[in-house]
Write a new protein. Structure first.
Length: 94
């Protein structure tokens, strides 16, 4: 699993391609290239914050299913606990 904590504080999305640069929404250069980059690589780098957000979203689901598997193996799975457990694991506990 990727440790996403090491990316805390990165420049938030969206990032955009601008010539040989990747810029934030205010035009600040996030990354400057001193060589030619393929369009696919340029696009991939510009989408990095979006990809990170998707990894974090999917990790919540992975934690949820691991947690539910643990409950099932320890106590037997009770349907009435699903909603509470889902909210707990994805960080939206009431």
């Amino acid at each position: 699993m990727i440790d996403t904590d090491k990316y805390e504080g990165h420049t938030p999305a969206p990032w955009m391609k601008d010539g040989n640069n990747i810029c934030d929404t205010y035009g600040n250069v996030v990354l400057r290239y001193h060589y030619t980059v393929t369009t696919a690589n340029h696009t991939l780098i510009a989408d990095t914050p979006l990809l990170l957000a998707e990894v974090k979203r999917l990790q919540k689901y992975e934690r949820f299913f691991q947690h539910m598997d643990d409950i099932h193996h320890t106590h037997g799975l009770l349907e009435e606990c699903w909603e509470t457990e889902v909210l707990k694991v994805i960080g939206e506990e009431e």
